[in-house]
Design a protein around this ligand. Structure first.
Ligand SMILES: Nc1nc2c(ncn2[C@@H]2O[C@H](COP(=O)(O)OP(=O)(O)OP(=O)(O)O)[C@@H](O)[C@H]2O)c(=O)[nH]1
Ligand SMILES: [Mg+2]
Length: 361
C-alpha cells in the first residue's frame, strides 16, 4: 500500500515524511526538492508486539506502508509528467494542511485550512477533467465507427465523471459499482483516490485536546462524513521531537501532553481505515508477522497473501483472536480451552485474527 503526501508549498510535507520514515534525506534529495522521496514505514501494532513477547520469535515483521513525498502541488506541477506519474501511482492521498502559525514560514495569505483544501481539490479535479475530456473525444469517435456495449458503457460512465467534476465534486464521492471502478482504473484519476486531510497544528500546552478538536475548529468535521474522506491532526513540531526519543521517553513526553499515542500512529491507522484495510497475524517461534488484507477478505484469499500455494491447497485455518491467544498463553492452552477454532475457506477474516493455515500442498 502506497500513500502520497501532497499539499501547498511549505506546509510541512517533507517534515512529516522525514518523521514518518525516519529517513535522513541525502544531499542529493535535499538539492533536488522537486524529486519525489520514497520511504517505507512499519505500521506500529501493539497487538503484534505483545504476541511477539510471548513467542520471542527470530523474526518480527510488521505491516508496512510506503510514503511518497512529492513537491508542492499546483496547476503547473500537475502538468509535469513525473509529478503526475508519482501521484497517479498511489493508493491514497494525505493532504498536509497548514494550521500552525509562524511568520517565518511563508504561506499564501492567512492560515485558512478550508480554503487550502478547496484549492488543492480544485487542482486535482481540473487535472482529472482534462483527462476525462480527452477520453470523451476518443470515445465519441469510436462510437461513430462501431457501437459496442463496452464502449457505450464507458461513454456513459465518463459522462457521469464529467458531470461530477463539473459540479466541483471529487470522483471519490461519486457512486460507482465495482465494474465501474474497474472500467476507469486505468486512468488513475487523482480526485478518485481516498483522501486524508492532515491538519498540521501548532504547539500548545493542551495539545491532546487541541488535536482532538482541530477538525472541528477548522470546520473539517463534515469531511469525515463524505465518502472515502477522513481528517486527522498532527503537530509536526512535537512529532519531530518525539522521533528523536527512546520509546520510554516518548511515552512520558506524550502523557505530559495528555496523549496516549503519537499523532503518527493515529495517522497511519486512519490511512488504513480509509483504505478499508485490516491485519491478521501469523505467529510462531520463527516468525511473528502482520499481513494486510482488505476488510471482507475470506480465509482462503487471505492465505494467498502469505503464499499462493496456501491459497490453492487451502484446507482450513486454525483461527483465534489475538487477545484470546494472549489470555490463553499458548495455542495448546487455547485448543484445550476451545478458543482455537477451525474455520473454512468462506470464513471472513476479522481484524486481529491469528491464523495458522492447514494445507494439502
Ligand atoms: N512551527 C512549525 N514549523 C513547521 C512545522 N512543520 C514544518 N515547519 C517548517 O516549515 C518549513 C517548511 O517545511 P517542509 O517540511 O520543508 O515543507 P514542505 O511542505 O515539504 O515544503 P515544500 O516541499 O517546499 O513545498 C520548514 O522551515 C519547517 O521547519 C510545524 O509543525 N510547526
Ligand atoms: Mg518538501
Amino acid at each position: 500500500m502506497k500513500a502520497g503526501i501532497i499539499g501547498l508549498p511549505q506546509v510541512g510535507k517533507t517534515s512529516l515524511f522525514k518523521i514518518l520514515t525516519k529517513v535522513q534525506l541525502s544531499e542529493h534529495a535535499r538539492a533536488n526538492p522537486r524529486e519525489a522521496h520514497i520511504g517505507v514505514v512499519k505500521v506500529p501494532d501493539d497487538r503484534l508486539d505483545r504476541m511477539a513477547a510471548l513467542y520471542n520469535p527470530k523474526k518480527l515483521v510488521h505491516a508496512s506502508v510506503e510514503f511518497v513525498d512529492v513537491a508542492a502541488i499546483g496547476q503547473e506541477a500537475l502538468q509535469e509528467t513525473a509529478f503526475l506519474g508519482n501521484l497517479r501511482n498511489v493508493d491514497a492521498l494525505l493532504h498536509v494542511v497548514r494550521a500552525f502559525e509562524n511568520d517565518a514560514v511563508p504561506h499564501v495569505g492567512e492560515i485558512n485550512p478550508l480554503r487550502d483544501i478547496k484549492n488543492v481539490e480544485f487542482d486535482l479535479m481540473v487535472s482529472d477533467l482534462g483527462q476525462v475530456e480527452k477520453r470523451l473525444e476518443r470515445l465519441q469517435k469510436d462510437l461513430k465507427k462501431a457501437k459496442t456495449t463496452e464502449i457505450e458503457r464507458e461513454h456513459e460512465l465518463i459522462l457521469r465523471c464529467k458531470a461530477c467534476l463539473e459540479s466541483e465534486k471529487p470522483l471519490r464521492e461519486m457512486e460507482m459499482t465495482a465494474d465501474d471502478k474497474k472500467r476507469i482504473r486505468g486512468f488513475m484519476f487523482l480526485s478518485e483516490k481516498p483522501m486524508l486531510y492532515v491538519l498540521n497544528i501548532g504547539e500548545s500546552t493542551q495539545l491532546g485536546t487541541d488535536l482532538d478538536e482541530a477538525a472541528k475548529k477548522y470546520e473539517l468535521g463534515e469531511a469525515t462524513s463524505r465518502a472515502n474522506t477522513g481528517a486527522t491532526a498532527i503537530c509536526g513540531k512535537v512529532e519531530a521531537e518525539l522521533a528523536e526519543m527512546s520509546d520510554a521517553d516518548a511515552a512520558d513526553f506524550l502523557s505530559s501532553y495528555g496523549l496516549t499515542e503519537s499523532g503518527l500512529t493515529r495517522l497511519i491507522r486512519k490511512t488504513y481505515e480509509l483504505l478499508g484495510l485490516i491485519s491478521f497475524f501469523t505467529v510462531g517461534e520463527d516468525e511473528c508477522r502482520a499481513w494486510t488484507i482488505e476488510r471482507g477478505t475470506k480465509a482462503q484469499q487471505a492465505a494467498g497473501t502469505i503464499h499462493t500455494d496456501l491459497e490453492h491447497h487451502f484446507i482450513r485455518a486454525e483461527t483465534i483472536h489475538w487477545d484470546q491467544l494472549l489470555e490463553a498463553g499458548s495455542e495448546a492452552n487455547a485448543r484445550a480451552k476451545g478458543t482455537l477454532r477451525l474455520e473454512g475457506k468462506e470464513y471472513v477474516v476479522k481484524d486481529g485474527d491469528v491464523m495458522h493455515v492447514r494445507h494439502s500442498g
